[in-house]
Design a protein around this ligand. Structure first.
Ligand SMILES: Nc1nc2c(ncn2[C@@H]2O[C@H](COP(=O)(O)OP(=O)(O)OP(=O)(O)O)[C@@H](O)[C@H]2O)c(=O)[nH]1
Ligand SMILES: [Mg+2]
Length: 747
């Protein structure tokens, strides 16, 4: 059985050969034909997409559960830093490549400045300076202002290491890293590449928060077979990070993943953070793509019995969220060390030797690891082959079949004398009229269906974001309104640092809580909703198109009959026209993607600082005026009241901005994504229908003309056509064989 890589190359060659055959056919008719160019485009798209077809595997789990160690075992070496303990969480994608290379994808300046704007809402210093026009970290003045503001907060002990808010951490990281990255960040998306000998250096960048904050993600290409071409494994750090932005980054990857490996450490078992994360996965509607790997710490368990007991407990806990979980238990570190034994330092080698003495546990773990390996390989095989089969080979079959029929028909035509050819062409011509009319009907039906489906999509999206009691928007409003600020916690801060800074801290905490609500509750529901709408869309269009497959074939059969004794090749067996798993390639071709998960948190751009501050500020002025005549207690009380009213305004203003923002977000999902997707899907579908109509190839009148005018060297053309016929037949045979091979791999 040939390997996937070989099959992929075969497919690509078939596609090129088919395109070549179309070129030759074009040469014979001496003209460019619409049908031919349609076919050629198909071949071209297939060639391009085959090499990009990627199966994505997400690896998630709590901090220090062994995700990086596990991913390393898949490539047999310490490529990803273990025990990194980085604060800035980044999705690291790893795949097999021709050489060792780390590519760091940087944010662009707009993204960075937007992050900064978001994080500095209500930051006292911003009020006077860059508020009207947005912050730009490239300006020295802006960096100074931000730096001073952060230093101020630190001096007042409002931010210390354990109370630092996500916002102030982000700002501090951006400022700290600026000097080192300013040369590489660009207005457009830029990358930094560490190849071969410099590979390990990428860790200095990724491992330093101040620089890592400038990254969108990281791709490692490893020059070992790994899991094979076209498989990408993503180490998703930070699934239990308190920073909702990290969760959003992971959600973006999970959305597109074909398989999710959830790593649980046997040392800790399932914890609250795991349950939360898994509930989120469930709400996203992708629990069925999840398998569990329990990373067994061999030092932690006294015996196999003890380990088994732990595993039973984990399985029972998991079952509450994910009934009948698919679970594998082995030690990632043990496996990795065994793989790299000769390169290990003595200390690790001793550890390995020590572990090996635990034969019962080691045997159990190896058996489990083997079981997992088998599972993974099968899963990859299936996923990749079905991507190739459904997305490409079946389309190629239609095109190759079509060009084959065209060759047959023209050979038949050439066998006639000029009169016979003319007569046949006339007959065919009237049949062609029928086909053209039918094409028009199909087009109209499709157009109608697309309008309808777009109307339905709009309605569904509006309803999802409506203000009904159990909707996400109402949920957010409830969250904002019921958020309680424990005022007494800010007593000291009010006295020492004053109103404005205290309000900033209050807002930071509030924003963090609200963002967490967005990431954990709103995003999964939105994602699930969008996925279900995508599914409806595809199903609906398929339903519309399905019957046309048979109708087109019937019309083509009549067309063939009209050519009576023209021994035209068999009509393709009727196959329903459909998308299969094409959604992803439709997105790719149309350049569409859902707004990133973090988009739900971008509401703070709408917050008008003055609206929150004005009242409080007025109070403060009053306060200062009266301070002289008041007791300390009284002053404190008034400060307290000022803060209380500031908080009230903050909540009201946030609610307003969130509502405004979600409306905007809704319209984006509608117009920038779903409706465009509907159009793109319909275009693809219509193209597939045209391809089918095209089955008997180009308009024949040109060739008949050439024959009757005797401008065509019949013998010559016949010889070319004969050559093409044998090429076409061998092509179709190859397609048949490849289909069988892929089918077998898939089975
Ligand atoms: N004793 C023991 N240690 C392990 C095992 N697996 C991983 N470790 C160690 O545990 C530490 C954390 O493992 P990582 O693979 O970095 O965990 P992670 O999930 O990637 O951690 P974060 O990326 O920080 O969330 C590392 O020092 C590993 O060497 C194991 O099976 N046994
Ligand atoms: Mg890690």
């Amino acid at each position: 059985m040939p390997a996937y890589e070989t099959l992929k190359r075969q497919l690509s060659r078939i596609s090129d050969d088919t395109a070549h055959l179309i070129d030759e056919a074009e040469k014979i008719t001496e003209r460019v034909d619409e049908g031919f160019s349609q076919w050629k485009t198909t071949c071209q798209i297939i060639s391009e997409q085959i090499s990009e077809e990627t199966m994505r595997v997400a690896v998630v789990g709590a901090i220090k559960s062994g995700k990086s160690t596990f991913v390393n075992t898949l490539f047999g070496g310490d490529y990803l830093k273990r025990g990194a303990g980085v604060v800035t969480s980044i999705v690291t994608r790893v795949r097999t490549g021709s050489r060792l290379r780390a590519t760091l994808y940087l944010k662009n300046w707009d993204e960075i400045n937007r992050d900064i704007d978001q994080a500095s809402v209500l930051l006292p210093a911003r009020k006077s300076s860059a508020e009207a026009n947005h912050a730009d970290i490239r300006r020295e003045k802006d960096r100074q202002i931000l730096g001073r503001a952060l230093a101020d907060l630190a001096a007042d002990q409002l931010i210390s290491n354990d109370t630092r808010s996500a916002g102030s951490v982000l700002l501090a990281s951006y400022l700290n890293g600026y000097d080192r990255v300013q040369q590489v960040v660009q207005a457009d998306y830029a990358t930094v590449v560490f190849g071969n000998d410099r590979f390990a250096l990428h860790r200095d960048f990724v491992g330093d928060d101040a620089m890592a904050v400038y990254l969108n993600d990281v791709l490692l290409e490893i020059d070992t077979p790994g899991l094979g071409e076209g498989v990408e494994i993503a180490d998703c750090q930070g699934s239990d990070s308190p920073n909702p932005l990290h969760l959003a980054m992971i959600q973006d990857y999970l959305m597109l993943a074909h398989l999710t490996v959830y790593v649980v450490s046997s040392r800790t078992g399932l914890r609250q953070a795991d349950i939360r994360f898994l509930s989120m996965i469930r709400n996203m509607g992708i629990l069925e793509t999840v398998v569990f790997v329990v990373n067994c710490d061999l030092s932690e368990h006294e015996s196999l019995d003890d380990l088994s007991e732990g595993l039973r407990k984990i399985e029972a806990d998991l079952s509450l969220i994910c009934p009948g979980p698919q679970m594998f238990a082995f030690s990632a570190l043990f496996l990795l060390m065994s793989q790299m034994e000769s390169d290990l330092p003595q200390r690790d080698r001793d550890r390995l030797t020590h572990w090996r003495r635990e034969t019962a546990m080691v045997d159990f773990a190896s058996a489990e690891q083997g079981r997992f390996q088998q599972y993974l390989e099968q899963k990859i095989r299936r996923e990749r082959t079905s991507l190739l089969l459904k997305n490409h080979l079946e389309r190629l079959e239609i095109v190759a079949g079509g060009i084959g029929s065209w060759i047959d028909f023209n050979l038949d035509l050439l066998a006639r004398d000029a009169g016979g050819a003319r007569e046949l062409a006339d007959r065919v011509h009237s049949q062609r009229g029928r086909l053209e009319r039918m094409k028009l009907t199909v087009k109209n039906t499709m157009d109608g269906a697309v309008s309808q489906v777009k109307r339905d999509l709009k309605t569904a999206i509006d309803r999802f974001f409506d203000d009904h009691a159990d909707g996400v928007v109402a949920g957010v409003v409830r969250f904002v309104r019921s958020y309680q600020v424990e005022m007494h916690r800010y007593d000291a801060s009010l006295l020492n640092a004053g109103f404005a800074k205290t309000l900033y801290m209050v807002f930071q905490e509030f924003k963090q809580a609200l963002d967490a609500h967005m990431a954990e509750t709103v995003n999964p529901l939105v994602i699930r909703f969008v996925r279900s709408q995508e599914k409806n869309l595809m199903g609906y269009l398929d339903e519309i198109a399905g019957p046309y497959g048979a109708m087109i074939d019937e019309a083509l059969a009549q067309y063939t009959n009209a050519m009576d004794e023209g021994k035209v090749s068999k009509v393709l067996e009727s196959r329903p026209i459909g998308f299969g798993s094409n959604l992803e390639s439709i997105r790719k071709v149309a350049g569409l993607s859902l707004p990133p998960a973090a988009a739900t948190m971008h509401y703070s751009a709408q917050i008008k600082t003055e609206a929150v501050m004005r009242f409080g500020f007025y109070k403060i002025v009053n306060l200062v005026k009266k301070t002289m005549r008041k007791s300390a207690d009284k002053v404190h009380q008034e400060q307290f009241l000022a803060l209380a009213s500031g908080v009230k305004r903050m909540k009201r203003e946030t609610e307003r901005s969130v509502l405004f923002h979600l409306k905007d977000y809704k319209e984006n999902i509608k117009f920038q994504y779903m409706l465009k997707l509907a159009d793109a899907a319909a275009t693809v579908l219509y193209g597939q229908m045209l391809e089918r109509f095209q089955h008997h190839g180009a308009d024949l009148s040109q060739l008949v003309e050439l024959i009757s005018e005797q401008r065509l060297d019949k013998a010559n053309v016949s010889a070319s056509l004969e050559r093409m016929r044998s090429a076409s037949r061998s092509l179709q045979d190859k397609i048949g064989d490849l289909k069988a091979d892929l089918g077998q791999l898939n089975g």
